[in-house]
Design a protein around this ligand. Sequence first.
Ligand code: DP6
Length: 343
Amino acid sequence: MKVVTCTAPVNIAVIKYWGKRNEELILPINSSLSVTLHQDQLKTTTSIAASRDFAEDRIWLNGKEENIQHPRLQTCLREVRRLARKRRNDAEEDTVSRILNYKVHICSVNNFPTAAGLASSAAGYACLVYTLAKLYSVEGELSEIARQGSGSACRSMYGGFVQWVMGEMEDGRDSLAQQVEAETHWPELRILVLVASAEKKHVGSTSGMQTSVQTSPLLKFRAESVVPERMKDMIEAIKKKDFEAFGQLTMKDSNQFHATCLDTYPPIFYLNRVSQEIISLVHRYNAHYGRTKVAYSFDAGPNAVIFTLEPTVDEFVELVTCCFPPESNGDPFLKGLPVNPTS
Ligand code: DP6
């Protein structure tokens, strides 16, 4: 039996991916850019065992067995095994060939709420593809395979600041993740996650973006006329470590993504009242200082991801804890909703 265990971190998009031009290959209608969290924080840990005693491939997610026949899982398994057959070297050949004939048992756990809009599928598929590649001794470009598990997963294959270039080719060979800057580039940058709700989201990203592509004229405008320029500006802001520009672009892009959700028919609401109050708090805080000290971003869920620089963390966390006390029972919407700042 051979067992391999790896971890992959969550990534948070500051220029959002929303909408596919090819559903099966998971090819996006616009490029996107994200920040990958540190390995020790929000992450997926995946162990894969290959043994001649296993009768079939099986998978457990957070302790519960799931259907291994899921098409996206099957694509990742098939593609990594195909690469392994193609790329195996002579020294490894015997072992790899043997293991390729074995079935696998996959165990994957997240250390954060699954499907609460915290990009769990990104870390999950990135980790699955990476661990499979280690099992079969495959090296090299793997983001093309991770992308076919979940679009945002291709960005979790790299640390630091990562762009997913949308590409133009029909077979998706040029739709890949690329590191823009390494994780060491901006050491003062901090990310806080404010958990407004750990419930499973009502509309998943996959179906949500399908409806948006079919019905939202704003999404088409965004993909064609807003994102290309914004990608350039964001890369420049990151390279210069310009928090003012980085923060403003991050908030504007999150707001436009949620505007496209509202422009979708029927509309999709990912933000809740706590999310809206956090947005307003951030703008009041920045207005008080006359500059962008804190920025928010929301994915397909109500939880806020806050970007700031190290000297601001303590003051902002204190402000949030003061405005949203965990035991708050005055406001029915806030009752029982924990706000857990995590740095
Ligand atoms: C709002 O990558 O989860 O988080 O490709 O269908 O699996 P699929 O969607 P997914 O969508 C993520 C959407 C987002 C924005 C982003 O991460 O860029």
